[in-house]
Ligand binder design. Structure first.
Ligand code: HGY
Ligand code: MN
Ligand code: MN
Length: 416
């Protein structure tokens, strides 16, 4: 006899065990996870995920960018599935929860419905999106962006990593270039559970973040060209030092983001010196920048100020500085109805909650441009993420998964 759905709870021990079981794929000595997209560790977790989905009775399909869909039939298969999930790839010094919680909580929702013998009216579909992190291949959230029509599949397949390996080649290397066209699996809605990756929920002792907004993001590729010359014989006034210019660019990013604060952030996260040598003045440096704000006008203003600062540094230091905006993600406004469904679920389950804007980018932010979408946050310890110290509690992960379960049930309808 099926349990009544209203008192249904996920199995938080099983979810916790699943999170820690998959953390072994790419486990690092410091307790983090290094699972770069489409690498060998990503293959391991993908193979694990496929088996777990099939064991839960899901029909697993993979699209041309490797995104994995696990479909649970509903009574009315003419209805579009309710989507839920996140990503299983991590940063180089990533943690156990970023993306993993949302993907495995989606699996836990299915397992819970199976155990309770509950059939939903609409089907549900759990999703593991390829390359949410954007660390190995830019941009971040590339597969869900292609699903939302922002890029063609060919454009994404041709993207390369620093070693010159393309997305297409990497997919073939791990056997995850699927036969389905990107976008073939239609979704009627999408809900993503994620750790907050910031300090607010913990600081306010709130268990659930009802995410109604997401920051806009601009990613830049930059290049500084100066002049390589002898570190000992070149007088300081004659130098065209790319490293000195980079140092000023980095401080300008920080200054400009602060000037447009408090709701703006800017980071110079990568720098690669061409042919580095201790006794050669750097002549060429490639770098990247990440700028974010919930406000589109602020992003535009920061773009103008950054370009002006680079032009001034370049002229004064007699170097060339180029800055190319390779990804512009506008701020996200999540679907009111779904955000209300998340809030209603949190309240009915008795969890403390607050509305919150996501500082991080997520696949749900892309889905929100094509289907009704919303997100659920739970706290992470000290707000730390993209760091091997990333941590969360079993209770909070379980609470988030329960809110996910009841949000999905409110959207998919219950039959048995
Ligand atoms: O960069 C981001 O916001 C996401 O965590 N990949
Ligand atoms: Mn994430
Ligand atoms: Mn991340």
């Amino acid at each position: 006899m099926a349990k009544t759905a209203s008192n249904l709870q996920i199995d938080s021990v099983r979810l916790w065990d699943t999170i820690h079981e998959t953390a072994k794929f790419g486990a690092t000595p410091k307790g983090g996870v290094r699972r770069l997209t489409l690498g060998p560790e990503d293959k391991q977790v993908r193979d694990w995920f496929r088996k777990a989905c099939e064991a839960a009775g899901l029909e697993v399909r993979v699209d041309a960018l490797g995104t994995m869909f696990g479909l649970r039939k509903g009574r009315d298969m003419s209805k579009l599935p309710v989507g839920l999930g996140s990503h299983l790839d991590t940063q180089p010094t990533g943690g156990k929860y970023d993306g993993v919680l949302g993907t495995l909580a989606a699996l836990e929702v299915v397992r819970t419905l199976n155990d309770a013998g509950i059939e939903t009216d609409a089907p549900i579909c759990i999703v593991n999106w390829t390359n949410e992190e954007g660390s190995r291949f830019a941009p971040a959230t590339m597969a869900s962006a292609a699903y939302a029509g922002e890029y063609t599949t060919e454009n994404i397949l041709a993207r390369t990593d620093l070693a010159g390996v393309s997305v297409g080649q990497a997919l073939d290397d791990i056997g995850y270039r699927g036969n389905d066209a990107v976008g073939a699996q239609k979704l009627g809605a999408f809900v993503e559970l994620h750790i907050e990756q910031g300090p607010l929920l913990e600081a306010e002792s709130k268990v659930i973040g009802v995410v109604d907004r997401g920051q806009g993001i601009t990613w830049y590729d930059g290049k500084i060209v100066g002049f390589e010359s002898h570190a000992g014989t070149t007088p300081m006034p004659l130098r065209r030092d790319a490293m000195g210019a980079l140092a000023e660019v980095a401080l300008s990013v920080e200054r400009i983001a602060k000037a447009h604060g408090p709701n703006a952030v800017g980071t110079l996260g990568e720098a690669v010196i061409a042919n580095p040598s201790r006794n050669v003045i750097p002549g060429e440096i490639a770098f990247t920048m990440d700028v974010r704000s919930p406000d589109a006008d602020t992003l535009e203003a920061i773009d103008r100020d950054l370009r002006a600062a680079c032009a001034e540094i370049a002229a004064r230091r007699r170097v060339d500085i180029s800055v190319d905006a390779i990804w512009r993600k506008p701020p996200t406004i999540f679907n009111d109805k779904l955000v209300d469904a998340v809030e209603t679920a949190a309240k009915s389950l008795g969890y403390s909650n607050r509305r919150i804007t996501s500082g991080a980018g997520h696949d749900a932010c892309n889905l929100a441009t094509v289907v009704p979408a919303a997100m659920i946050f739970v706290p992470c310890k000290d707000g730390i993420s993209h760091n091997e110290l990333e941590d969360a509690t079993q209770a909070d992960c379980g609470a988030g998964a329960n809110v996910l379960l009841h949000t999905v049930l409110s959207l998919a309808g219950i039959v048995g």
